[in-house]
Design a binder for this molecule. Structure first.
Ligand SMILES: Cc1cc2nc3c(=O)[nH]c(=O)nc-3n(C[C@H](O)[C@H](O)[C@H](O)COP(=O)(O)OP(=O)(O)OC[C@H]3O[C@@H](n4cnc5c(N)ncnc54)[C@H](O)[C@@H]3O)c2cc1C
Length: 453
């Protein structure tokens, strides 16, 4: 157990994962740690968008460093946007708060019918409200899946009908439910959420309609794994949100807890043992060339980050990256937007290595340094997310390409060409990442159009 340590690289010896390089976050010491196999359980990368529902410390460094050592990264562009977050209050906000969407069981989602209508919610009469989810999806109404709700929210905000600062939110209104069920019943069902909302916004949801907005929440892409949860690097296992497997099912019908249990409790103990039973593993020498190279890379990177001494903080670069990803690789994507973002992210990454500033030193607790390393990785991963979204010329699940939609604005899949997992590996000697394809076979049920109308 090594608390307050951050994995910064993977040690691959003779083609097998044999350890990690970790930095002690308190002393700054960078050291190798060896094992017969490596298991990554390091979570998702929604924080690439800067503003997300994830904990501030969530980051992609562990899986990104493994990718840089050759592990395939699957479906990086698949991201779930959660519709019921608290809207950002202003440009300096650093974190978003998630409201449980269980509220959608009783609350009704609406915006003013007229763009630019800035009257208070309770001053807008029924006839001048647009319950857009109920209108668009009469069968499911306010309970449509997250991707559809988020997209519908974006659509009404793009029309200038969003509410609150910046017009980025919509109302989640319990007025009708309160009249029908009484405040006591609602408080019993959602009291803790009401308290949380009131602490964050100052408004009592039983008096003032809540405001919500979509936010990056969960990443379905991640390191490619086989049915044994092993990546393309023998001995490197990846579980939970960090891998790409089962995430679509997880997001549509199961849960992350279920997947975490399945991966970590029911599958891995057996498949990992199976790997060890067959592997002939000697000891890893601390001065093996691969170990020295990985250690050298990590130390050099830390030193470079400290040496740049530029003018912009890592957070400043991160915020800029987040805006680019949100605009181009967010709830909706387009060829033009993604192509532009690829240029912009490349330029931003160059600017980062010329102009980032990291205060403090490398041999102490230094959160600026931690942040800078993570942002450097997000800048590379963000590019791969856009490449993936650009290459997938269809709309599929949470990936919505505006060029590929049905006449009534729903996702249009292209199973003939895209019924596959796209797994990316680093290009040889600085070339663009290479896209590998793993076809999907459906035996019991054929893929169908998702219809919630
Ligand atoms: C606000 C919120 C609400 C959610 N609600 C639900 C829900 O109701 N139902 C549901 O199914 N899912 C929900 N999810 C999703 C679910 O919580 C996550 O998918 C799940 O926790 C992922 O588990 P994990 O173990 O894979 O990763 P995590 O829980 O993210 O754990 C990863 C750990 O690895 C550590 N780590 C990361 N990088 C490194 C590194 N380089 N070195 C060392 N350590 C590292 C992190 O600090 C973290 O402790 C929610 C997510 C959020 C953010």
């Amino acid at each position: 157990m090594l608390p307050r340590c951050e994995m910064l690289d993977l040690v691959v010896v003779d083609g097998r994962a044999r350890g990690v390089i970790a930095r002690d976050l308190v002393s700054g010491a960078v050291e190798p740690h060896f094992g017969d196999a490596v298991v990554l359980a390091t979570g998702g990368y929604a924080n690439a968008y800067f503003l997300s529902t994830n904990a501030k410390a969530s980051n992609a460094t562990a899986i990104w460093r493994a990718y840089r050592r050759g592990a395939a990264f699957a479906n990086p562009g698949f991201v779930q946007f959660h519709p019921t977050c608290l809207p950002a209050a202003g440009p300096s906000q650093a974190k978003l708060t998630l409201m449980s969407e269980s509220l959608r069981n009783d609350a009704r989602v609406w915006v003013p019918s007229r763009p630019g209508d800035d009257r208070r919610a309770d001053a807008i009469p029924e006839a001048e409200r647009d319950y857009f989810l109920e209108r668009r999806y009469p069968r499911y109404g306010n309970l449509v899946p997250r991707d559809l709700a988020s997209r519908a929210v974006k659509a009404v905000c793009d029309e200038g009908r969003g509410v609150g600062p910046g017009g980025s939110g919509v109302y989640l209104d319990l007025g009708e439910a309160a009249a029908r069920l009484g405040a006591g019943v609602l408080r019993e069902r959602y009291g803790n959420l009401f308290d949380m909302y009131e602490r964050a916004t100052g408004d009592d949801p039983l008096r003032v309609a809540m405001r919500i907005a979509p936010a990056a929440h969960y990443t379905m892409g991640g390191l490619w794994v086989d049915y044994d949860l092993m990546s393309t690097i023998p001995g490197l296992f990846v579980i939970g949100e960090a891998n790409f497997s089962d995430q679509g099912a997880n997001r549509l019908g199961a849960s992350a807890l279920m997947q975490g249990l399945a991966d970590g409790y029911f599958i891995l103990p057996y498949t990992l043992a199976g790997y060890l039973a067959d592997a002939r593993l000697g000891d890893v020498a601390e001065d093996a060339a691969e170990v020295r190279a990985a250690l050298g890379d990590v130390r050099a990177r830390v030193e470079t980050l400290l040496a740049v001494q530029g003018r912009r903080t890592a957070s400043d670069f991160h915020r800029a990256l987040g805006r680019m990803l949100w605009d181009a690789c967010g709830i909706e994507r387009s060829r033009a937007g993604l192509t532009k973002a690829l240029d912009e992210i490349g330029a931003l990454r160059e600017a980062f290595w010329e102009d980032v500033t990291v205060s403090g030193g490398g041999h102490e607790l230094n959160q600026e340094l931690e942040r800078a390393g993570r942002v450097a990785d997000f800048l590379e991963l963000g590019e791969l997310m856009c490449l993936d979204a650009l290459a997938r010329e269809e709309s599929c699940g949470c990936h919505f390409r505006v060029e590929h939609q049905t006449p009534d604005g729903e996702a249009l899949r292209d199973d003939a060409h895209f019924a596959h997992v796209a797994a990316w590996v680093p290009g040889a000697s600085g070339r663009s990442p290479e896209r590998l394809v793993e076809p999907l076979h459906f035996e019991t049920l054929a893929p169908n159009e998702r219809s919630y109308r």
